[in-house]
Design a protein around this ligand. Structure first.
Ligand SMILES: O=C(O)c1cc(=O)[nH]c(=O)n1[C@@H]1O[C@H](COP(=O)(O)O)[C@@H](O)[C@H]1O
Length: 266
């Protein structure tokens, strides 16, 4: 999906919502009797009108072995072409290996995007960026407590490491192929993040189960094209009614779009 199509979908649906498909066998309702594919299909059916993106985290599927990979593939096929699909795999390795990670995400799975860990630098990210029409979503300022360990470390000139990553990466790829992961739990930094990368989309995990601040993320993170894909996984998957949970978030997002990005309102 192109940036233009993504922005149009955001405008049409008045939604920035990305539903995280992280199926945990210990948490999916007993009535599914462990049928993860059916669980995913039901969640997708219940949420598809409220969200613009889905983000299956590959860990949950890989842990199930060969069957899990098949479920991942079938889930992506079931979602179809109308939603932006992010394979959340947080890959990155020497170029020769990254090429195969990219092939897995973009050719085998047919995802629009993959999350990428930038620690190994330019040549580890390039193979992902070589795919026309596909996206790399680079970890910048993550939502977890451990983000304090390295990501804020001052670099030459005093900028924190996450800022250096975001500035350097903008030399590697355009805003049509590169996004940044910015955690919703870091809402107080969003004005700064938007200043560092005014045009890029941010993938924002951390609302719902991790307690991130949706209003602050929208207030400081929205740009003229929306520029945010806001993920919730457990908060939707394990709600009594996933469709209702997704709809509630979409309605809040519509209010914030109207307030903070009025050019996108209908
Ligand atoms: O790249 C991610 O998606 C990601 C980055 C980050 O900083 N924090 C984060 O939680 N995630 C992912 O986003 C999802 C969050 O799930 P919930 O906390 O259940 O909404 C999980 O799939 C995480 O792996």
């Amino acid at each position: 999906m192109t940036r233009h199509e993504l922005v149009n979908t955001i405008r049409e649906k008045q939604s920035l919502l990305c539903v995280g498909l992280d199926p945990d066998l210990n948490r999916i309702p007993a009535r599914y009797d462990g049928n993860v594919l059916q669980f995913n299909r039901d969640v997708i059916d219940a949420t598809r009108r409220y969200c613009v993106a889905y983000k299956p985290n590959t860990a949950f599927y890989e842990a199930m072995g060969l069957e899990g990979l098949s479920i991942l593939q079938q889930t992506i096929t079931y979602i179809g072409q109308d939603h932006f699909i992010i394979a959340d795999a947080k890959r990155g390795d020497i170029g020769n290996t990254s090429r195969y990670y990219a092939r897995f995400a973009f050719e085998t799975l047919g995802a629009d995007a993959i999350t990428v860990a930038p620690y190994m630098g330019t040549d580890s990210v390039e193979p992902f960026l070589e795919y026309d029409g596909k996206w790399s979503v680079l970890l910048a300022l993550t939502s977890n407590a451990g983000s304090d360990d390295f990501q804020h470390t001052p670099q030459e000139g005093g900028e924190p490491l996450y800022e250096k990553v975001m500035r350097r990466a903008q030399l590697w790829g355009s805003a049509d192929q590169l996004m940044f992961v910015c955690g919703a739990t870091q809402a107080e930094r969003f004005a700064d993040l938007r200043r560092i990368a005014p045009d890029h989309f941010f993938l924002v995990p951390g609302i719902g189960a991790q307690g991130g601040d949706l209003e602050a993320v929208c207030r400081y993170g929205l740009n003229e094209e929306g520029g945010l894909l806001i993920n919730s996984s457990r908060g939707i998957l394990y709600a009594d009614d996933p469709g209702q949970a997704a709809h509630d978030l979409q309605r809040q997002m519509a209010v914030y779009l109207n307030k903070f990005a009025p050019g996108l309102s209908q």
